[in-house]
Ligand binder design. Structure first.
Ligand code: IMP
Length: 193
């Protein structure tokens, strides 16, 4: 089966390609000659994942999947959530986003937060959603420089280190994205049987 991963990130594609083996031919957007910006204008993480995958499915007539991620902070009523990438405005700036979170969390006693990834898979027009959530808390300042985005201020529950301090190998085993991706892979592998 041909399956398009609606991302331009080759590393992500190669990782999943290696796990799925020969029964799936996994392609990037550029490999189907899609070099346009894929719209993500919905107000939920699920909505954006669905919008991206249906856009590719309908326009290019291919089975595909897309993912979307957000950081949901209790004290901020679930913000920045679906707006995580541009929380402090355009253009996307990780450092400014972190500053805004830290400022808005200055007086917070409840520092609980979670990262959520949703993957929308469409096969022959039928959608299946896969969710990955990791709970943790927002630190009072930056810790570590690994990773990207909000990693330096998010410490997963049960760990001493923030994602920013953690070895990438560990983050990629336990993260929201890893959980959602593993569910997707298990589902695809079950189709092969
Ligand atoms: P995307 O939907 O994967 O592009 O994620 C949206 C935004 O959420 C990114 O621009 C980052 O700010 C943030 N984000 C997503 N995944 C992570 C992560 O694993 N660590 C830290 N921040 C993340």
């Amino acid at each position: 089966m041909k399956l398009v991963f609606a991302t331009q990130n080759k590393n992500k594609v190669n990782e999943i390609r290696a796990i799925l083996g020969d029964n799936f031919e996994l392609l990037t957007l550029s490999e189907i000659n899609c070099n346009e910006e894929v719209p993500e204008t919905q107000d939920t993480i699920e909505g954006n994942a669905s919008q991206k995958s249906f856009y590719i499915y309908e326009k290019y007539n291919v089975n595909c999947f897309a993912d979307d991620t957000g950081l949901e902070i209790d004290h901020l009523g679930g913000a920045p959530g679906v707006y995580s990438a541009r929380y402090s405005g355009e253009p996307q700036d990780y450092q400014r986003n972190i500053d805004k979170v830290l400022t808005n969390m200055q007086d917070a006693t409840n520092r609980k937060a979670q990262f959520k990834t949703v993957i929308s898979l469409i096969i022959n027009g039928h959608e299946t959603l896969f969710e990955g959530i990791i709970e943790g808390e927002i630190t009072t300042g930056r810790q570590g420089t690994n990773g990207f985005g909000y990693d330096p201020i998010f410490r997963p529950r049960g760990y001493e280190q923030t994602f920013g301090e953690m070895d990438a190998k560990i983050k990629n085993l336990i993260s929201h994205r890893a959980i959602a991706t593993q569910k997707l892979i298990n589902y695809l592998l079950s189709l092969q049987q």
